[in-house]
Design a binder for this molecule. Structure first.
Ligand SMILES: [Zn+2]
Length: 216
């Protein structure tokens, strides 16, 4: 017999849609989703997510801009092609509750600058403790980087294969990855975790860029 609190309801769907709208507005206010870019999703239950449809201004989202998508079904009409990247992550990682994708300036540039390395390492920054499970600035955190690709199905496979492998020795894998010259995917157990990770990544990348360009 199902436990009452575990039964998905339309309230859960509405809560997820509202969390997507809030995340989109917050990202737009910080200029991380220029010109209708980016996409945002929040898990409703085991099988469904709420996710932004293609081509909408993330700063002006309304409930009609958010689709209720089954994780194991083909993309609904009006979906962003990149929704496939969200669905694969949800399918592979039942603990993920929200995935936010942005085209912020710092993440986009850092991804392109380090694409040949396949990753960028966060180390020595206090703010890395904003990432779930990280308790020290001394931890080495690996953020995978993938070459951008308009073939999203192929890209999704490359991402899934890489994330299934352990990080480099001595590193902890970040709750996110970069697409070179494109942007950032960040996730968390909840929408609040994913939002905190998104902001931490963008600021950490800005700190790396500033440190490299600063001439004492
Ligand atoms: Zn994108």
């Amino acid at each position: 017999m199902a436990i009452a609190w575990a039964v998905p309801s339309e309230d859960d769907a509405e809560t997820a849609v509202n969390a997507v709208i809030a995340a989109g507005r917050a990202a737009a206010a910080r200029h991380w989703v220029p010109a209708t870019s980016g996409n945002f999703s929040v898990r409703i239950d085991e099988t469904r997510v709420a996710i932004t449809r293609s081509g909408v201004d993330k700063g002006a989202l309304i409930p009609a801009d958010v689709l209720i998508q089954s994780i194991d079904r083909p993309l609904l009409p009006g979906s962003s092609a990149e929704a496939a990247l969200h669905l694969r992550l949800y399918a592979d990682s039942p603990e993920i509750g929200a995935i936010f994708h942005t085209h912020g300036l710092n993440a986009t540039v850092i991804g392109r600058a380090h694409v040949a390395d396949g990753a960028v390492t966060l180390h020595g920054w206090e703010l890395q403790k904003a990432l779930a499970g990280i308790t020290s600035h001394e931890t080495h955190i690996e953020v995978p980087i993938f070459a951008n690709d308009q073939d999203v199905a192929a890209l999704s496979l490359r991402v899934a294969d890489r994330l299934a492998e352990p990080p480099s020795a001595g590193h902890i894998r970040a709750p996110g990855y970069l697409l070179a010259g494109h942007g950032l995917y960040a996730w968390g157990r909840s929408a609040a975790d994913a939002a905190r990770h998104l902001e931490a990544f963008e600021v950490l990348f800005s700190q790396i860029l500033l440190l490299r360009t600063y001439q004492p």
